[in-house]
Design a protein around this ligand. Structure first.
Ligand code: TYM
Length: 331
């Protein structure tokens, strides 16, 4: 039996190249060897997305992004989290085995508390239980499909370790392997894609290069990348430049070597470096963007694909819940 690869994306905004290189591309690569289950984490998005129209549309955008990037729904079980009620049933069961202290240590929750404290607000201001228990729902997403590997960027590794902890304590309690222990699959060269300001590319930092914007907007966005004050003449170090780091994701080895030489020789300003980056990004994204536009033009067809995926997913999810209920004595 093939091993299982699973991952999800939260539809909270435009897909960006951090999502693409951190998760989508490695996940699609894994479909060659693994049985894959990829999904849109729409209930996770509910923690922050309160505009129904906006959420409705980002769900489709993320789904179309996966398909435009090459996901084949005949080969991959592709679905919306919200279509699999068993996930929420499993999450409730996992809660009984999750220490509150474990949730207190989650990065996203800790960052939210720290921000409140720095602002002098109440510690828990604006923090809902969805955010606090986020790692439990994510553990359910993963565990319900007996996942072996979870391709993600580095920012998600702690969540997968928590899923391991929770599953292990359940297996230990019942003295048998009720739930499979998942592993994170993080690619070294794309674990953290930098954003326009050099910090991790993230919707919440407003520093993203979106995947599906018109060419003109793409160029404008790339031109906004923060640079230092080195003059055109000065030699530049490609290894410390985030423009070059991004370039490497899109260019072949010969192109990388040639451009690194131009950085080191001096005589190339940051404006030129950004133009070179734009050219390779645009070359890679143009066909994906065209497929995306076609898919977005037929939402009913897209929804049908997701519904068919959910039909395939539900019996697998139900079997995991049944197994756990039996082990727990609730059968
Ligand atoms: P999300 O929606 O924030 O991000 C989706 C995926 O993109 C990766 N990523 C990055 N990788 C490298 N560099 C970056 N700058 C970058 N920004 C984003 C993320 O690591 C992620 O893999 N909690 C998840 C969604 C989720 C999930 C799951 C994932 C819900 N359930 C089960 C895996 C398995 C999230 O918010 O990802």
């Amino acid at each position: 039996m093939k091993k299982i690869s699973l991952t999800g994306i939260k539809p909270t905004g435009d897909l960006h190249i951090g999502n693409y290189f951190g998760a989508i591309k490695p996940a699609l690569e894994l479909t060659k060897e693994y049985d894959a289950r990829y999904f849109i984490a729409d209930y996770h998005a509910l923690n922050t997305m309160r505009d129904p129209k906006g959420l409705n549309s980002t769900i489709r955008q993320v789904a179309a992004g996966w398909l435009a990037s090459g996901l084949d729904p005949e080969k991959v079980i592709f679905y919306r989290q919200s279509s699999i009620p068993e996930v929420f049933e499993l999450a409730t069961m996992l809660m009984a085995f999750t220490a509150k202290g474990l949730m207190n240590r989650a990065h996203a929750y800790k960052a939210a508390i720290q921000e409140n404290n720095e602002k002098g607000d109440d510690t828990d201001a604006g923090i809902n239980m969805g955010l606090f228990t986020y790692p439990i729902l994510m553990a359910a997403d993963i565990i319900i499909f007996d996942s072996d590997i979870v391709p993600v960027g580095k920012d998600q590794v702690q969540h997968i370790e928590m899923a391991q902890d929770i599953a292990q304590s359940i297996n230990a309690n019942y003295g048998q392997q009720v739930l499979k222990i998942p592993q994170a699959g993080v690619q070294e060269d794309s674990a953290v894609i930098p954003g326009l300001d050099g910090r991790k590319m993230s919707k919440s930092y407003n520093n993203v290069i979106p995947l599906f914007v018109p060419e003109k907007t793409l160029r404008k966005t790339i031109m906004r990348i923060t640079t230092n004050s080195q003059s055109v003449e000065e030699p530049k170090d490609p290894d410390t430049s985030q423009i070059f780091q991004l370039y490497k994701l899109f260019a072949d080895a010969a192109e990388q070597e040639a451009l690194a030489g131009r950085y080191r020789a001096g005589g190339m300003g940051w404006g030129d470096a950004k133009e070179e980056l734009f050219q390779v990004v645009n070359r890679c994204l143009t066909p994906i963007r065209e497929r995306y536009d076609t898919i977005m033009a037929d939402i009913p067809a897209l929804d049908k694909i997701l519904e068919q995926g959910a039909e395939k997913a539900r019996p697998i999810a139900a079997a995991t819940v049944k197994r756990f209920r039996k082990a727990a004595g609730i059968d």
